[in-house]
Structure formats: C-alpha cells, structure tokens
Design a protein around this ligand. Structure first.
Ligand SMILES: *Cc1c(COP(=O)(O)O)cnc(C)c1O
Length: 826
C-alpha cells in the first residue's frame, strides 16, 4: 500500500515544502535501517539525546527525498533539490497520526494485547493458530512502543484479515496514544505477573493504565483468577462482551477444568461458554505457556475457530524464540541465528541487524532461508520482495530451502551464488554446505524445516560452559548513562580487557552502531583486532607499548601519552614514517600515581615539547579518579579535579585547536555530573554494574553451564581432591564442566560460594578442579543436562566478588577465552 506525499501531508496536517510527486511505502525513524530510499518517508524524531534532523544530509545523499521535520532546514531547496519537506509541530505525533489514519482504513478484527508477561508469545501463537486460513498482520518481534506501534500498524494492507498488535508502556499516559493508533476491536490482558507485588498501589495504577487500551473495544479477554485485574476492570464498567477465563469459576466464558502435565506436553480440558467439554494439548509444560495458550484459545474460539480445529493446531505450537543469536561457526564463519517465526517483517529486522554489523573485508554475507508460509501474498510476489530486500541489505549469497523457494528460484537470479534445496537434509549432504567458509551467515528458517539441526552442525562445538551476552542490555546501560550526561558531552566506552570479559569485537560493533564517540582498549593488538573486524570508530589505546608505534599509525589507533619517554619515542617514530598531526591523548596524574604527567611540574615542559614538533597533536587531555565510587573520597576527588582543571586549561591555552577534556568514569558520571567536561569514560556501568552501589543496572552477561553427572554420595564420604569435601548427610552431588581454568575462582570451593540450579542455591563442594566442579544439589529437582547459572540474571556477579573479597571487575575479566561467548538481542 502506498500514499501520495500530498495525502500524507493532509493526513498529518503538515505544511508541505517542495512539489515533487512521490508515493510513500516505508516509514523510517532510524537512518541506519534505510533500505528503499525512493519510497521512504523519514521522520526526524527528537529525543533528549538525539535529533533525527542531523541525519537528513546523510539520508539525502543516500537517496531519501521525503522528510517530516519540526523546522525546515535553511536553504532546503538549494541543499536538497527535488525533495519534499513536511513541517509539523511534533514529528512523533505526526508519525502516530499517520498510523492512526492508516489503521482507520481497515474494518477487520484488530486484537490489541497488553499485560506484563506473555504479550509477544500470545501474539505469535495467535498468528500460528489463525494463519492457516486467515492472513494475520502483526507487530514484528516486540515492536510495542510509542514508535514501534505506529510502525507495526503501518504494515496493515489490503490482504490483512486480522491484525494483532502489542502495546507496551513504561509511563503514565502512554496507553492512550497506543489505543488511538491500534484501535483494537478486541482487547487482551495476558497477565499481571507477580513482580512488584509489594508495590500494590503502583501495581494497581499500572494495571489501570494498561486497561486504557480497552475503552472502545467490542470484547475483552482477561484472567478472572487475577483479583487485581478483575477489580480494576470492574471500575471500567465495561458494557461489551467479556471473555474471561478461570480455573475456579465454572461460569467463566472459558472454564479450565483440568490441566494435566505429561513429560513433554500439557493437556488442557475446558468448557467454552458453558457448552460441551473439550480439550487440547500443547507441546509445553511450563505454567506461562499453559496460560498463554488459554488466552490464545479464547480469542480463536471467539473469532470462530472450531473446537476441533483448535485441538488440531494447538499441538503444533512452536516456541517463540525472542532472541537473535550471534555465534562463532566453523571454518571462519559467524552465524546469526534467528529462529523467530519466519516471515517477511522479521526477516527484514534480522537482515538489518546483519547488515549493520561491520565485518572485515572479504567475508561474504550469506542468507540461508526456508520457505515463508502464510504471508497472504502469492508466492511469486513474496519471493521477489524477499530477493529484493536481501539484495538491498547486502546479502551476496543465497541458500533457499523448501519447495516454494525452488519454484520461485528465478526471483534470485541476481545473486552471484545461489543454491536451492528441498530439505535441510539435502543441503547438509551437498557441496554447498561443505563450501561454507569465511562467511557471515544469517539462518532464518521455519521450525518445521529442522534448522536446529543445521545450526548445530555449523556452530563450533562449544564446551557446555558459555557466557551469554545480552546486547540489548548493553545498549540500555549505555542509554542510562547517556541520560545522566548533557546531550553534547562526548563518550568514550572502555572495552579494554576484552570488554571486561564480554568480548570486545561484538560489544564494539554494538557501540559503533549506537554512535559512541570513542572506544578505548588497553594495548595496540586489541585495537588491531577491532579494525580487522570492521570497526571504524575512533579508538584510543590506553597502554601503548614502545614496540607498537608502527601498528598504531597503520591502523589509526590513537595512543595515550603519559610520559616524556613515550612522547619522544612516539614523535620520533611518527617523523620516521613522515606522519604529521597524529592524534594522541595526554594523561595527567592527579593522585592515582600510576601513569601520567604531573599537572604542575611537567606541564610547561610538556607544552614546550608538543609545540616543537608537528608529528602528533593532543586530541584530548584527561585524568582518572581514584575513588569516585565512594563519598568518603569526595574531598580527594575535588582536589584531583582542581589539579586537572588547572593543568588541562593551561595545556588548552597553549593551542588554538580544541582539546577535549575528560575525567569522569562510570561512577563519576553519576556522582559528579558537573565534572563531565567535554567527554566521559564509561566502563563498568556499561557492563551492568553500578560501581557506586554495586547494584545491578541491566545484567549483560550470564555465565552458564550444565550438569554433567549426578550421583548419590553417602554421609561420611568425601568429594574431590585431598578429601576436602566431607559429606555430612546423604547427598546428591552434581559435577559441572567449569573449573578454575575457566575462571571459576578456587576460593569459591568448600562451600564458600554457590551457583544456581533451577533457581536454587547449590554450594560448591570440595576443591574446585581445573575443568570441573562439584556442587550439592540435595533436595533440588534437577537432572543431568540441566542448566546451571554461575552468575548472571539471578545471581549477581557482585555476590561472588563479595564472597571472594574482590571487585566485580576481577571476576568478569577472569573468565577464560575458552568459554565461548554467545551474543543475543531480543
Ligand atoms: C578503565 C578505565 C575507565 C573506566 O572505569 P570504570 O570504573 O569501569 O567506569 C576510565 N578511565 C580509565 C583511564 C580507565 O583505565
């Protein structure tokens, strides 16, 4: 579907500048995701930190001609000929209004889903349950915000028979805007969850806010057994159809009579509208899945799906993978695994993710895709669109799996390398499979094609111990610190020590994508690794070695200069290479007494030497706080700052170019906002630990392993080397494949520390070995192969560092290289 630019201008009430006739099909809010410039309308959104306005020149040069702005750029007709500018008072509201108008064009059932948990699962399951005979348009992944919802609703098209959209809120007043955009005919409340039970009052308020979604609906679905929800709904005085479900109340629209769990499945017996008893089985056993299936069942039955059909479709439900995972593969490949439902919109998001992650030259981008079902489009058009999109998003090699793709192979003629197979099995036994080498591979396949098997063969065999790194959490932490800084303050992200153990390359890719100003590593080799992996950001080297100067020049790595010795050697090396104006960062010692020039006694000589050469120039000057994490050192910090302020001002005064001044680290950003100067350096906070409180921000890494073996050990026996672990009562002991060689500190042994099995504490028994440790799982319901959390989401790394009388930095950076890092993004 598309709209003429004139129509858009009218709908959003904009003042139009420019008179080029165009049609708009795509709405863009993030310049990095541009794909189809000619048909794109860019909304220059404004946030506290960022202003979309700044990206107009770049987008124009990439072919975008249509912009929604809050102020027309000066000389727009000279700078941006052949373009249209729509001037509105608020760009976000214009985006929402356009989506609202678009939504109003459709007279099909539209389901709006709110609740604390399960929104995305219910949305995806509704799609799975309804789509065999209805064309369902839904939010891609979890696009449920003030920006995500309008972009989702924009996807409604002539084929749509049912719309399913998620509405997520984080503040009061937000739901009203989302309701106006979604205009749901059926409102769904999944569940309120048990979180924040202690904040009862605010929980109620949150519930009421969510219920705003229901105002103009014809029917609502919610759990009758959740008292608070029921109480809040009563106050709405809702007059239309109420579709409640309950395990207790046989008068409920859907009465759940029995929930029977088997080893891998659950059978739910229910009574619909007090009629005949029926049942269905789902391939899950956890409570959340059971509840989500019931919510989905009600909506299906309400929309006229037969009881019998429901019983046939429920066992086919697929788990909803929320994550896009990045893993190291065999033969120099990197795998991006997205087993989220295969459809056009989620394919677009995954391709965008791949395309935005830089890679060193030569590695091909490959897409392995299965047939896409139930798109509502005819096969030919669908795969033409897929081919076009893949090409636009930088895919060079295409591997299609499924009969549909084989039929439509012509659509992929443009790809230099393309292969088609009926099944994953035939691909695996082919030459094309054996030829995969030095490629970045996106795997995107419907589950019934068995892509799991494919991924398993392609990834490096990992030791069962892995460090999972959540890239969304990295971004959330970054944004949290940015919100504490002035918009114009620049930011250095410290990714030394392999990004505090999280893995510098992938972290750098994410940070570069979020436009941080500088990345900083310890030594030149770390910088080279980044460059070889396609990182083009500015990179600072904190501890340059004398032997590495040539490397610095070759790879554009900007060294810290902390002494006259290194200054002179660097100048000499640069002069020898004929280099001028190479940027360096001057460190002043204001009290750490580690490295740095003395801000009083060295500064004149420093200026003098810098002035008498032109090989290098100071790009920034900085110092480091000794104790910004503790109020107890506030006086000392003030003294450090005064020294730095004076010394750095003197340096600046001697040069006409701007020299960036910086001193705040993570703790400083929070504690000394007035000392941000031109730039801050963010370290530990980025990795999810607040250095001031040792509290968690967003956990980014989880160290996980699995139970190798379980055994009963009778009282009186011992466990492990040197007979240290005496067993006092008959116990169940589990062996786990992680030892001190992986970075599991030996001092956690002999019951000093613990890990989590099924959410319960399991103490380390006896001495921790090199590759294996033993834990006490007596009384914990577990089996071999079960997952064990060493630290992470449920067991903060600071618990371990407290037990070990050290700091979280040490625990994080000690995780050995042989522990594979797995990166994911929701
Ligand atoms: C490591 C480091 C930082 C970051 O410190 P955090 O406490 O992790 O925020 C900042 N500046 C310098 C010079 C560093 O070496």
């Amino acid at each position: 579907m598309n709209y003429s630019i004139e129509k858009v201008a009218t709908l959003v009430g904009a003042c139009r500048y420019g008179n080029v006739e165009t049609n708009i099909s795509f709405l863009l809010t993030d310049s990095r995701s541009l794909c189809f410039p000619e048909e794109t309308l860019f909304f220059a959104l404004k946030s506290e930190r960022n202003d979309g306005y700044h990206y107009i020149p770049e987008l124009y040069s990439r072919g975008v001609r249509n912009f929604v702005v809050e102020a027309i750029p000066e000389n727009w007709d000279m700078l941006y000929p052949q373009s249209n500018f729509l001037e509105v008072s608020k760009t976000i509201e214009a985006l929402q209004r356009l989506a609202t108008c678009h939504r109003a064009e459709f007279h099909v059932p539209v389901i709006g889903i709110t609740g604390s948990n399960g929104k995305t699962v219910v949305k995806e399951w509704l799609y799975q349950l309804l789509s065999p005979n209805k064309v369902v348009t839904r939010s891609p992944r979890s696009y449920n915000s003030q920006i995500g919802v309008p972009l989702s609703v924009w996807l409604l098209n002539e084929q749509t028979e049912v719309g399913v959209f998620e509405a997520g809120i984080s503040e009061r007043g937000e739901m009203k805007a989302l309701r106006e955009i979604i205009q749901p005919t059926i409102g769904v409340f999944t569940s309120l969850g048990e979180a924040h039970q202690e904040n009862f009052a605010s929980l109620e308020e949150k519930c009421m806010e969510k219920l705003c979604l229901f105002r103009d609906t014809n029917a609502i679905v919610y759990p009758l057994d959740e008292e608070l929800v029921v109480r809040c709904i009563k106050t709405l005085n809702y007059k239309n159809t109420i579709l409640g479900w309950s395990k207790k109340d046989s008068n409920a629209t859907l009465f759940v009579k029995e929930i029977k769990k088997a080893e891998l499945t659950t059978t739910i017996t229910y009574v619909w509208q007090q009629g005949k008893e029926a049942s269905y089985t789902i391939p899950f056993i956890d409570d959340a899945s059971v509840e989500n299936s019931i919510t989905s069942a009600i909506i299906c039955l309400h929309l006229g799906v037969e009881v019998k059909t429901l019983a046939e479709r429920m066992p086919q439900l697929e788990p909803v993978a929320m994550r896009l995972e990045v893993k190291e593969g065999q033969h120099g490949c990197t795998l991006i695994n997205d087993s989220y439902n295969s459809d056009f919109n989620s394919l677009d998001i995954a391709l965008d993710f791949m395309n935005r992650r830089p890679d060193h030259k030569g590695r091909k981008r490959t897409l392995i895709l299965s047939d896409i079902f139930q798109s509502g489009e005819d096969e030919k058009t669908l795969y033409q669109r897929v081919a076009f999109l893949a090409e636009k998003r930088g895919v060079e090699k295409f591997i299609g799996i499924g009969e549909g793709l084989i039929r439509q192979r012509k659509a992929f003629n443009k790809f230099g390398k393309k292969y088609f197979f009926a099944t994953v099995g035939s691909f695996i036994s082919s030459e094309a499979f054996r030829e995969l080498r030095d490629e970045v591979i996106l795997l995107k396949g419907a589950r019934q094609f068995g892509f799991d098997q494919l991924t398993e063969l392609l990834v490096n065999k990992v030791h069962e111990t892995v460090l999972e790194v959540n890239l969304n959490a990295v971004v959330a932490n970054l944004n949290w610190y940015r919100s504490l800084m002035k918009p114009e303050t620049k930011l250095v992200c410290m990714i030394k020590a392999d990004a505090y153990g999280a893995g510098s390359v992938e972290i750098a890719k994410t940070l570069q994508d979020h436009r941080v100003d500088y990345l900083a590593v310890a030594v030149a080799d770390e910088g080279v690794t980044l460059r070889k992996n396609g990182i083009t950001s500015n990179i600072m080297i904190m501890n340059p070695e004398m032997s590495s100067f040539k490397t610095l020049f070759d790879f554009d790595l900007e060294p810290e200069v902390y002494s006259f010795r290194i200054l002179d050697a660097l100048v000499k090396a640069a002069e020898k290479e004929g280099i001028t104006g190479f940027p360096v960062h001057i460190k002043l010692d204001t009290g750490m007494h580690r490295l740095g020039f003395d801000p009083i006694s060295d500064i004149d000589e420093l200026i003098n030497r810098l002035k008498h050469q032109n090989a290098i120039i100071p790009r920034s000057v900085f110092s480091h706080f000794v104790g910004s994490d503790s109020d107890g050192f506030d006086d000392f910090s003030a003294q450090q700052f005064a020294l730095f302020d004076a010394g750095s001002k003197k340096l600046q005064a001697a040069f006409s170019h701007k020299i960036l001044r910086h001193i705040d680290n993570s703790a400083g950003i929070e504690h000394f906002p007035s000392r941000q100067l031109d730039m801050c350096r963010l370290g530990l906070g980025l990795y999810g630990i607040n250095p001031r409180t040792n509290e968690r921000i967003n956990t980014i890494s989880t160290l996980k392993t699995t139970i190798l073996q379980l055994r009963n050990v009778p009282s009186g026996d011992t466990v492990g080397y040197s007979r240290k672990g005496t067993i006092q009562h008959d116990s169940v002991i589990a062996a786990i494949p992680i030892g001190y060689a992986d970075g599991l500190n030996r001092h956690l042994g002999n019951r000093h520390g613990y890990c989590l099995v099924g959410g319960q504490k399991a103490a380390y028994v006896g001495n921790i070995c090199m590759d294996v440790a033993m834990i006490d799982v007596t009384g914990i319901d577990c089996k071999e192969g079960d997952s064990v959390e060493i630290f992470g989401e449920h067991l903060p790394v600071t618990v371990l560092s407290d037990i070990l009388d050290t700091i979280p930095y040490e625990i994080l950076t000690n995780i050995s290289n042989r522990v594979k890092r797995i990166y994911f993004q929701d």
